[in-house]
Structures are given as structure tokens and as C-alpha cells.
Design a protein around this ligand. Structure first.
Ligand code: SF4
Length: 309
């Protein structure tokens, strides 16, 4: 049985933060030319990173890897104050901050709560670049909680003075459960007035929930190290639909398509649209009808850093 229908989720792909970060590197390349250094992958997508590498950008994991006097850009995921300090001390040039403003907002919240004497529970994945950066704002006052079990066990020196913050790209549903558990344990815990999971994450997860109701299988385009792409896959599966995370069309296993008539496609916030279009075209050329399932129109844009604007 052939695939009869392909439905694309909307919104999908690049979010405002990724657009800004990718544009920052593009503009810096144009203005200054290579070599250019970026601290961590500018966004978590293999194709975006490889394309920049071809054009003379080097991605580093540590400031030590950057030669003195070189130009350095910080990725969309944000970095801790000690990385800034190290880079300045080393005399690096053009320190451009491509941190998404919504990640920067969480950094500010950490500083504000710590200044008020709070302990912070940071919900997220310890090893993720974003959490490494946020944690670095106040390592001695932050406890990272990655799942429900850790939420049940986390110890806080002063349980009366706790604030909770989260990574911006988590599953909305799982995070709600973790925060409810924390609220039971720390009834006086404070949360920021507006939640940290960003609008783009929320919109893409809502769209994949709607998509899952209409299809037999969901393909999520995204890299394995992209948190929000992984979450889209989990959200679809939580709705009882098989879902697979793939870098591109070549990774789609024909076995997955056996007995499948309607495929849903979405992509993580760091994924170029051409990868989705390539898949949509492939199925269209084999007779599948195309459709789009849209929930909201995203019209958010973030200003470029002054150094490259
Ligand atoms: S997913 Fe959200 S927080 Fe992350 S870069 Fe995009 S807009 Fe910013």
C-alpha cells in the first residue's frame, strides 16, 4: 500500500532564535570573512553546522581551542559568565553573543532569584549546552532536575526559599508533571510569571499533537542532539503514533512505511526547511497528496547583535 497523503505541521523548523543565530554567523562571515570561531554548535543541526564548516567556521567546545586574537561568536544556547570572562581575558575579538533572548531571560531570572537569596531548581538536561550555560550563572545555588525521580529526591538547603526555572525546549507535558511534584514537596516554591519553555517549543509541540490525530506515522526531521526535535518525537509517540527522528530523507527506513497511508512531517527548531521539502517532494512524486495542518502563524523576529547588524 502506497503513502496517499503527506501532512506538514505548521509551525515547524527554524524558530526566531535560530534564525537570529544563523544570520549572525552569516553576517559575520560576510563582514569579516573566515576564519571565525563559534563556541559550541551555533544551533544543534548537522547541516547548518557542516555548511558553516565548509565556509571557514570552526566550532569549539572550549575557549582554549580558540587562537589568541581570533574572532569568536557564542551560540544560541548561551554560555556561563566564566566562559565570557575567559574569552575576554584571552583578548579574543568580536565577542558576539548569539544567545537567544529567551535563553538570556532564564539567565537573568537566575541572577535575580539568587540576588534575593533563593535556591534554584533548574529543570532540564545536565549535559545540554543550554543548561551548562544557565547552571554556570550560579553553580553553588542551583540544583538540576532531569526527571520525575530526581524531582522526588532533590535536596534543597532551605526548602522555604526555592524558585524553579526550566530549559526552554522541554516537553510541556513532562515539565508540568515535574513541576507539580516539586510544588508538592516545596509548597512555597516560586515560579517566574511567564514560563521558560519558549513559544516556539510550545507551538511545535501543539502542532505535532494535532498532526498525530490525523496520521499513521510521524517523521521528525532533526539532529539527535537537538532537544526540541527529540521532544517532538516523544510528543507524537505519547499520542499513540509511531514517530521517528531522522536527519534527512535518506534515513527513512522503507520498513516504517509498510501499511502507512498518511504521513505527518515536522521538524525541530534548528532544521532547514529544504530537508522537509525534499521529503514532501519525494512522496508527492510517488502520488501522495500534500497538505498542511496549521495552528498558529509565528511572526516573531529577534534583533541581530549590534556587532553584525
Ligand atoms: S527554541 Fe525557543 S529558546 Fe530555543 S532558540 Fe528557538 S526561540 Fe529561542
Amino acid at each position: 500500500m502506497a503513502v496517499k497523503k503527506v501532512i506538514l505541521a505548521k509551525p515547524r523548523g527554524f524558530c526566531a532564535g535560530v534564525e537570529m543565530a544563523v544570520d549572525t554567523v552569516e553576517r559575520a562571515l560576510k563582514k569579516y570573512g573566515p576564519p571565525l570561531y563559534v563556541f559550541h554548535e551555533i544551533v544543534h543541526n548537522r547541516y547548518v553546522v557542516q555548511d558553516f564548516v565548509r565556509r571557514g567556521v570552526t566550532f569549539v567546545q572550549s575557549v582554549d581551542e580558540v587562537p589568541a586574537g581570533a574572532r569568536l561568536i557564542f551560540s544560541a544556547h548561551g554560555v556561563s559568565p566564566d566562559v565570557w570572562q575567559k574569552a575576554r581575558k584571552k583578548g579574543l575579538e568580536l565577542l558576539v553573543d548569539a544567545t537567544c533572548p529567551l535563553v538570556e531571560k532564564v539567565h537573568r531570572e537566575v541572577r535575580r532569584y539568587v540576588a534575593q537569596g533563593y535556591w534554584i531548581i533548574l529543570v532540564g538536561h545536565r549535559a545540554h549546552d543550554e543548561i551548562v550555560g544557565t547552571f554556570g550563572e550560579a553553580p553553588e545555588r542551583i540544583r538540576v532536575v532531569g526527571n520525575l525521580e530526581e524531582a522526588r529526591e532533590v535536596n534543597i538547603p532551605d526548602p522555604e526559599k526555592v524558585a524553579v526555572l526550566t530549559q526552554t525546549t522541554l516537553s510541556v507535558d513532562d515539565t508540568r508533571e515535574i513541576i507539580e511534584t516539586l510544588e508538592q514537596r516545596f509548597p512555597r516554591m516560586v515560579t517566574p510569571s511567564k514560563e521558560d519553555i519558549c513559544f516556539a517549543t510550545q507551538n511545535r509541540q501543539d502542532a505535532v499533537k494535532a498532526l498525530a490525530r490525523e496520521v499513521d506515522l510521524v517523521l521528525v526531521f532533526g539532529s539527535k542532539n537537538s532537544e526540541n526535535s527529540n521532544q517532538l518525537c516523544r510528543v507524537a509517540r505519547s499520542r499513540g503514533v509511531p514517530a521517528y527522528l531522522v536527519n534527512d530523507l535518506s534515513e527513512v527506513d522503507p520498513q516504517w512505511l509498510i501499511g502507512v497511508e498518511r504521513i505527518g512531517i515536522t521538524s525541530g527548531a534548528s532544521v532547514p526547511e529544504r530537508l522537509v521539502q525534499e521529503a514532501a517532494d519525494y512522496f508527492a512524486q510517488r502520488g501522495a497528496q500534500g497538505a498542511q495542518l496549521g495552528l498558529v502563524e509565528e511572526n516573531v523576529h529577534f534583533a541581530l547583535p549590534a556587532e553584525v547588524a
